[in-house]
Design a protein around this ligand. Sequence first.
Ligand code: HEC
Length: 104
Amino acid sequence: MRGFWLLPILTLLPALVAHADDRTALIRMVRQDCGSCHGMTLKGGLGTPLTAQALSEKPGESLVATILYGRPGTAMPAWKTILSESDAQWIVGHLQEGFPEERR
Ligand code: HEC
């Protein structure tokens, strides 16, 4: 009956891995998709800089809203079909502290 214990572990594993992958995917997405406008180093390009220096003093909630709904009249698109509110909150929290590098 040793296999009995293996089953719950095997069913849990993908959930744990998927969660870790999620953040890796999110970091990559911000560096690449957001970076295409905000600059690969997020220091600005077509979009404004997304560095800790630029964002740490700004209210997080309004930055989350900018990401989810975009800024009408500017090139900043809405991401609500791709990102959840908690994704956007995670991104803003990390941008305000200095965004992590992509792990390779
Ligand atoms: C097509 C170009 C483009 C893409 C792609 C883009 N942005 Fe933007 N973003 C802009 C522009 C332009 C602005 C400045 C809008 C303005 O003038 O107020 C902006 C503004 C912002 C702001 C507000 C900055 C501030 O100082 O108030 C945040 C936060 C932001 N973007 C995050 C993101 C994130 C996160 C992504 C990826 C999920 C992203 N952007 C993708 C063009 C883009």
